[in-house]
Design a protein around this ligand. Sequence first.
Ligand SMILES: *Cc1c(COP(=O)(O)O)cnc(C)c1O
Length: 369
Amino acid sequence: MDTLTGTRACTHLVSFFRATIDTLHPYVPGRQPAPGTRVIKLNTNENPYPPSPQALDALRQLDADRLRRYPHPLGDELREAVAEVLAVGPAWVLPGNGSDDLLTMLVRAVAGPGRPVVYPTPTYVLYRTLAEIQDAPVVEVPYDDSFALPVEHLVAAHGALTFIANPNSPSGTATPTERLVALATALEGLLVIDEAYVAFADDDALTLVRRHPNVVILRTLSKSHALAGLRLGFAIAQPSVIAGLAKVKDSYNVSAVAARVGAAALRDVEHTRRVVERIKASRTRLAAALETMGCRVWPSQANFLLVRPPHGDAERVSRELAAHGILVRYFGETLLSDTLRITVGTDEEQTALLETLGTILNGGSAATG
Ligand SMILES: *Cc1c(COP(=O)(O)O)cnc(C)c1O
């Protein structure tokens, strides 16, 4: 397996690390097979379609001087594109090396001993890892089976930092904006609304940042803009919050390549709209087909579905799918032990998934992969 996360490094009698790091369970990303491997990859919510042609043109036309020199420290090219496309002031925007980088900045700047990190579970596992690295107390508030936001319990936990992924992962479910307004109003600490999948949803919470000085919106180009490999995301919040976060960022956290290519991708609104519509149509078809096969499918506003196979034997199903070259995500933690998260793919990928799944569920071993 992964030699970097093997146990051997932690079993020395003398450690070079803080105790927190020695006992830390590192975040485990979904499997990334080598490029060119023939698999159907429905495990990490990447976009199955290519990025904007305008973004690819910007990449090809990149000037050598841009690589020779340091980039703008605040990724100004991207800030301006965000400001233009979302009609906010550039001072309200902070780009990061993926939204993971912004999550790191938020935890670093806000959380710590006596300053808890709060979030509903199950959700994005990285929130916990980052809080633990920072030695911040973690309060996990369980969702019920319908993934309705437990607003009162979240407020009662008094987070210095409260994370809500909306739409949530791995459930794909979305919280109505009124519930987020109620939460933002009641919380004293910072509320981060992680909108990684918002392009696939009916609604967004962008307007909240104007009225609520404690709200931070996070967006990423990894999913809706098909640029997970570029590493680019951004935060939107009131300028004083943005200025505080910028204090703790790495000096040049957004590369010249990411700022230029990302700005072109963001401005190609029409391309993104078409790709998102196609994925939403595929999502509807996939959900219906899985339900016909007896699966439970939670209502999704993201580019993936949370699925319970008819007999709840999600681990076996994910193993057998992998044996046929189809990767889906199995989390294995208690609340999710009978479910799979399946990324919406192309129609061909989904046809292959459904055929193989049909064979697996009927007890046979699927003939092809
Ligand atoms: C994918 C994802 C991210 C990370 O996005 P990057 O910009 O690729 O770092 C953040 N939050 C959630 C909920 C995600 O699913």
